[in-house]
Design a binder for this molecule. Structure first.
Ligand code: PLP
Length: 222
């Protein structure tokens, strides 16, 4: 991908976000675009950085550790978001590298992250991932356990950004986005991490503050 291609794709996605935001009476800058660069190498990422993108997402700690320190050294104002499942034994590494974590989904991870943050004296903001479609194979906190998990996160003094979800594949996502927005309202949380390449505009009209877009920016993954 050349910088021109990257600029075009980035411009298209930003324009679509702005349009969806204005449809919903929201300001375009109330939505953070996270460019999900998982499985793409530095050569694919650099044109997007050159085109002005500064917020990136990865779904694996190890892959991010291999790619990002060098890229961040070249461009220090980059923000990294972890959008994939996190094992408790990787909490230290995740806290050291990421500026936000979108996959807080269980009490053991609340404990591990609290400990890691105290140790590192670094406090990435956390989104609680909700298993919004109640799918057995999917990560995320069951809806019925959300109040308890939020309670534990608050008691552990984790900086809570909001809620995150990945709706069931193949189903109309809007009702799931609306449900996540309602849960966030009910619990006094502002951040809503929802919407991917196929549905980020719908997510923005329903209140997404963070959209996680990979394919529409980088092309298909191998
Ligand atoms: C890969 C991934 C994305 C980006 O998906 P695209 O369909 O390529 O935009 C968003 N969120 C999560 C959690 C992901 O794992």
């Amino acid at each position: 991908m050349t910088t021109d291609d990257a600029s075009t794709r980035l411009g298209d996605v930003r324009a679509a976000i702005a349009k969806a935001a204005s449809t919903a009476g929201r300001k375009p800058d109330s939505v953070t675009l996270i460019a999900v660069s998982k499985m793409h190498d530095a050569a694919a990422i650099e044109p997007l950085i050159a085109a002005g993108q500064r917020v990136f997402g990865e779904n694996r700690v190890q892959e991010a550790q291999a790619k990002w320190p060098a890229l961040c050294e070249a461009t220090p104002d980059i923000a990294l978001h972890l959008v994939g499942q996190l094992q408790s034994n990787k909490a230290d590494d995740a806290v050291a590298l990421f500026d936000a974590i979108h996959s807080l989904d269980r009490p053991s991870l609340v404990k591990a992250l609290a400990k890691a943050m105290d140790k590192a004296d670094r406090r990435p903001r956390c989104f609680v991932q909700v298993n919004i479609g109640d799918e057995p194979q999917k990560g995320g906190c069951p809806i019925v356990e959300l109040p308890d998990l939020l309670d534990q996160a608050r008691k552990a003094d984790l900086p809570l950004a909001g809620l995150m979800c990945v709706p069931p594949l193949e189903l109309e996502p809007a009702p799931y986005f609306a449900l996540l927005a309602k849960l966030a309202r009910d619990h006094g949380l502002e951040g809503l991490s929802m919407g991917m390449s196929g549905d980020f505009e719908t997510a923005v009209t329903l209140g997404a503050t963070h959209v996680r877009v990979g394919t529409a920016l980088f092309g298909a993954r191998a």
